[in-house]
Design a protein around this ligand. Sequence first.
Ligand code: DGL
Length: 287
Amino acid sequence: MGTLDSDNLRDRPIGVFDSGLGGLTVVGELASLVPGEDIVYLGDSARVPYGIKSLDTVRRFAMEDAAFLLRFSPKLIVVACNTASSAGVEPLRRRCGVKVVDVIRPGALAAVELTDGAIGVIGTEATIASGAYRRAIREIDPQREVYSQACPLLVPIVEEGREPSDPIVLHVLTDYLSRLQRRRCGALILGCTHYPLLAGAIGKLMGPDIPLVNSGQAAAKLIGQKLADEGISNPRPSGGYLHCYTTDNPQRFARLAERFGGRAADHVEYVGTDELESQPQLTNETR
Ligand code: DGL
């Protein structure tokens, strides 16, 4: 028998936020690992991309995104966005009053477990500049070589729906990956929500000996484990709902959601950034 607390948490949704549609790749991983969980997703499409903004701005957005999700009394909040995760989730952890899972540490851990060699990381400009993956890897293994490469063109390329076999995609990828290819990495972290959609092309260019680490997938595995360990998994074997909120055009969001998340959203609703900005702020260390 569970405790009152765990009984109470089981039926609650998981809250997930991202700068836009990309975080639905993490939702897709959750949906296949823990299909009974309900998910409330916020995609901040009006303010995407986060990846070219300052970390201070991204932290402010992340705080507003998390505050919005708290309205749904989630059992935990997932920061699906690598850039928001890189900006630091400790303030969120202190202020949200529920567990907060980011994608950086799970991705770093998965990569360190996969190889003894150097680790490559690709991500947005802000993610790479933050050094968050390097720090997370070095916390696990202080001696580890880490080679990072910002790939700012990949997010718009994926958003535009370009196929991985498109010559433009291959040209851009070849340019970004050439430095990492020379470094002979033992694994490559896909440190951005959008990159799993290009995994086929990235894998081909890096070669069969270099496993790709999907940080969203690593985070989803950790979440499944955490829910089970704490006895707060939804007992339903499947059929969890996916309710999405977006700060921009809900029709476009609904149309593209399936490409990113592998499943259609059950409900898509607009929420304005003015509403996010005017919420009571999470200013206290504990709510
Ligand atoms: N979701 C972002 C990330 O994973 C990519 C899109 C953006 O730049 O906002 O870093």
